[in-house]
Design a protein around this ligand. Structure first.
Ligand code: GTP
Ligand code: MG
Length: 289
């Protein structure tokens, strides 16, 4: 199979199960918090989740803003807020995150809170389902809000295996969930973007498919950063040729002097994912992938 007709899908049984478990908890919870990756705010929205939760109140959290392009984050924040209440934050930092979330939930659930109050009752503590694509930072956000490391986290998709409750404050109880995708990607570029940000397992897709896609995106949105990081003279080449150039610049050589292209792919992806090339957002409002 050639790379161009390579079809990415990743919806193993455990994700179908995780979807079912979320559905089972909907009636017990007040709201769903969907954690998005700010580097891909649109592609990280799980439409199957929205279909399942129907009219349940939904809050988007654009996470990892420290890795994303500040200007583009503002644009996405305004765009997403048109249809769904959205906040943005960095889950590795910020004692103020709990206030951001509690304030947003108070706004989102205002009618329910006011109605309960009129009967002398309270809906607090609010119970929130925390869901989203793998590796978006759900468990990290929960630990940050609760101010203790209760959930296991890790820099790869599929770390959380089961549902777990965590009390974040007197006003908020969270339910962590395994990351979920959906059965079929209509747009394969979206799937590649999810690989690029580490939300689809690397083992699913040949590494060059992802790194070549990454080069294409950077050529489009961050050409200067790409050139500077790898000391490239020109970007006027195919993505594959540029990865060979990167290999040459970084001394990725096989015995006999040939370029070790696998190594070059790895270095490029590692630099990109760790933010070494710069803070980046890989998709723009109104510009299809
Ligand atoms: N830079 C940065 N890294 C973050 C942020 N939030 C989470 N991470 C990192 O992202 C990786 C994934 O975090 P997790 O909390 O395990 O993600 P998850 O959504 O629970 O992942 P699964 O359980 O696999 O679905 C970890 O390496 C975290 O340290 C953030 O706001 N900024
Ligand atoms: Mg997790």
């Amino acid at each position: 199979m050639s790379d161009t007709d390579y079809n990415i899908n990743w919806f193993p049984g455990h994700m179908a199960k995780a979807m079912r478990q979320i559905r089972e908890k909907l009636n017990l919870c007040d709201v769903v918090i969907e954690v998005l990756d700010s580097r891909a705010p649109f592609s990280s929205i799980n439409k199957a989740l929205k279909e399942m939760i129907k009219d349940k109140p939904l809050l988007f959290v654009m996470n990892k803003i420290d890795m994303a392009d500040e200007r583009v984050t503002k644009e996405w924040l305004a765009e997403l807020n048109k249809t769904t209440m959205t906040v943005c934050l960095n889950s590795l930092d910020g004692v103020g995150n709990i206030k951001i979330i509690e304030d947003a939930l108070a706004k989102l659930l205002k009618d329910k809170i006011d109605k309960a109050a009129s009967f002398g009752k309270s809906i607090y503590p609010i119970k929130a389902i925390v869901a989203g694509i793998p590796n978006s930072g759900k468990s990290t956000l929960m630990n940050n809000l609760a101010k203790r490391k209760a959930m296991t986290t890790g820099d790869k998709p599929g770390v959380t295996k089961s549902q777990t409750y965590l009390k974040a404050s007197d006003k908020l109880i969270l339910l962590d969930n395994p990351g979920i995708l959906w059965p079929k990607f209509e747009n394969q570029n979206q799937a590649k973007l999810l690989c690029l940000i580490g939300s689809i397992k690397d083992e699913i897709v040949p590494i060059n498919v992802i790194s070549e896609f990454g080069i294409d995106v950077l050529k489009r949105y961050y050409p200067n950063e790409l050139k500077a990081r790898f000391k490239l003279d020109t970007l006027d080449k195919t993505s594959e040729e540029l990865l060979y150039d990167i290999g040459r610049k970084r001394g990725c050589l096989l015995r006999g002097g040939e370029i070790d292209i696998d190594k070059a792919n790895e270095i490029f992806l590692r630099d990109l994912r760790s933010g070494k090339i710069g803070r980046m957002t890989f998709e723009r409002v109104g510009e299809p992938l």
